[in-house]
Ligand binder design. Structure first.
Ligand SMILES: *Cc1c(COP(=O)(O)O)cnc(C)c1O
Length: 335
């Protein structure tokens, strides 16, 4: 796109995205993965520090590693742990003599909703911490764009912190049903990425058709029909939670993990559902930690009440089959 091939559908999509996310500007990449890689590597280098949530997506981990920055991981959603790393980072002098006296840049990277647990990051508190320590914050909204917040704007908007997060990332390939990834933020950030994000500069732009598809998806998401679809999605989620995650506070995603623990037991449980015409993938190591295998139930707006009733029946049968009165979800959750 820097040489030629920056076409009207790309610009229209970026303008719509910036308006949707209420940021000054937006940039579209060929995928969410490429967005993370290009952005983190453009913003930090080996003098800098990236602090990543333990359960961050592979694209964020790979990007942090490739950037050459020092990588520190904080326990999942653990603000005390994050703060202790921020304190360490603030006290750390840069090693390079020509940067003497300058503090390293510190970038906190996390997700709005986590893809394997379906839980949400404490965004307001994260914003408080990054302000306190002068760090930047990058949020990956892959699982919340289109389904949370006013008109599906996302979780940062739902928590009223959208304008305080430096880098908002997401994919066009999940709720939006197209493909590609995006970064939303200040005009300065986007201008910088246009010239420095290598996965943007040195890779073919999304095909115009997929940019146009994503634009149509954004329009749909913000329409009354989009609102109705979100309502029915959240109804499905609440109804599934009532039997497979009771007590779980309202989350921000349509992902409901059913913790099993043992890898083989998770595979057998998935097979059991499959035999009853329900597809729920088993997620095992290395996607999640050893011994924390689970079924990853994902609801969509197009599931029907009958689907939910059937799911409930099979879920109860599975509990009987597992032969214990404890529901699988009542086993210890990962910390
Ligand atoms: C799917 C996903 C991505 C990658 O997005 P793609 O567009 O598929 O490359 C990044 N982050 C998270 C949290 C994801 O779930």
């Amino acid at each position: 796109r820097l040489i030629c091939g920056s076409l009207a559908p790309h610009h229209e999509l970026e303008e719509a995205l910036a308006e949707f996310k209420k940021t000054q500007a937006a940039l579209v990449f060929s995928s969410g993965y490429a967005s993370a890689l290009g952005t983190i590597c453009a913003l930090v280098g080996k003098e800098d520090i990236v602090i990543l949530d333990k359960l961050g997506h592979a694209s964020l981990i790979d990007a942090a590693r490739l950037s050459g920055a020092k990588l520190r991981v904080f326990a999942h959603n653990d603000l005390d742990d994050l703060e202790s790393i921020l304190k360490w980072a603030a006290s750390k002098p840069t090693e390079h003599t020509w940067l003497a006296g300058k503090r390293p840049r510190v970038l906190i990277v996390t997700e709005s909703a986590f893809s394997m647990d379906g839980d949400c990051a404490p965004l307001r508190e994260l914003v408080g911490l990054k302000e306190k320590y002068g760090a930047w914050l990058m949020i990956d909204e892959a699982h919340t764009t289109g389904i949370c917040g006013t008109k599906g704007c996302g979780y940062a908007e739902e928590c009223s912190v959208g304008d305080q997060i430096e880098i908002q990332m997401g994919t066009l390939g999940k709720a939006l049903g197209a493909s590609g990834g995006y970064i939303c933020g200040s005009r300065v950030l986007i201008d910088y990425l246009i010239n420095r994000a290598r996965s943007f500069v040195f890779s073919t732009a999304p095909v115009p058709a997929s940019a146009a598809a994503a634009l149509a998806a954004f329009r749909f998401v913000q329409s009354t029909a989009g609102e109705e679809r979100r309502d029915s999605l959240w109804q499905r989620v609440e109804s599934a939670k009532s039997f497979c995650n009771p007590g779980e506070r309202r989350g921000c995603s349509a992902i409901l993990p059913i913790l099993i623990g043992d890898e083989n037991a998770a595979l057998q449980a998935a097979q059991f559902f499959r035999e009853q015409n329900i597809f729920i993938p088993a997620i095992r190591y290395p996607t999640v930690a050893k011994g924390q295998a689970r079924l990853r139930l994902t609801l969509t707006a197009s599931h029907t009440n009958d689907d939910l009733a059937q799911l409930r029946d099979v879920f109860l049968k599975l509990k009987l089959k597992l032969g214990n009165s404890d529901a699988p979800h009542e086993q210890a959750r990962p910390t």
